[in-house]
Design a protein around this ligand. Structure first.
Ligand code: MG
Length: 234
């Protein structure tokens, strides 16, 4: 019996929750600043509604519900508070640096964050040199995740067909976006924000495999490249 051999030429990493363990911090800050501006919401609710999506789209959704625009001070306060909290507390996802060092494929980042945020988060956690200049932001495309635009843009910029790209994602909108782009996607659930049902949700959204420890990644890429239907890890 022979298998179609799928070799991946490019691994596209989401940033928040995959490279940097930012989501638990960001949900608390986002909820606190929204509440201060008259939209009462908990960190848990931010997690459920906005995880993996851009701040621009979250803001638009809140403004639609409020029936008014949030002031410029909202965006400034959100940015300043995240800058401070990330500067004090942001950590890389455990074992990500050693894992990146083991991957033979080309790699890039495709994030819902702004270019400035991607740059600062990767700098704070010591990962920037492994990726720069291949950093792609939702602000470079019309529609953020769960639309496929950002992953297709990243693949085109890197000169790799979508079928030869593998995406690593921690959110349902991110997994959905990768599948819509025609790419295989692995669901990572090792971030501090993840819940017991995160793996199941990522699988349901279309992740080929889910995993909770970055040290598993090189082996998983090899397995799904050889037997895409057979790999199964939760
Ligand atoms: Mg993410």
């Amino acid at each position: 019996m022979s298998f179609d051999v799928l070799s991946f030429d490019l691994v596209i990493f989401d940033c928040d929750g995959v490279l940097v363990d930012s989501e638990a911090l960001a949900c608390v800050v986002h909820a606190d600043v929204l509440t201060q501006h008259g939209y009462a919401i908990t960190a848990e609710q931010v997690h459920d509604r906005f995880l993996g999506r851009s701040a621009r789209e979250a803001r638009f959704e809140v403004e639609t519900e409020l029936g008014r625009t949030l002031p410029d001070a909202y965006t400034a306060q959100l940015k300043a508070t995240i800058d401070r909290v990330f500067g004090e507390s942001l950590q890389p996802v455990p074992h990500i640096a050693e894992t990146l060092a083991r991957l033979p494929q080309r790699i890039c980042v495709a994030s819902s964050g702004t270019p400035t945020r991607i740059h600062s988060s990767l700098t704070t956690t010591g990962l920037l040199d492994r990726f720069a200049p291949h950093l792609f932001s939702a602000s470079q495309v019309s529609n953020g995740k769960p639309a496929p635009d950002l992953f297709l843009f990243a693949a085109a910029e890197m000169g790799v067909p979508p079928a030869l790209c593998l995406v690593i994602e921690d959110s349902v909108p991110g997994v959905t976006a990768a599948r819509a782009a025609g790419m295989a996607v692995l669901g990572f659930h090792g971030g501090a924000h993840c819940r017991p049902d995160t793996a199941q949700a990522l699988k349901a959204a279309g992740a080929t495999v889910t995993f909770g420890d970055m040290r598993q990644l090189p082996g998983l890429i090899g397995r799904i490249a050889r037997h895409p239907a057979a790999a199964s890890v939760t």
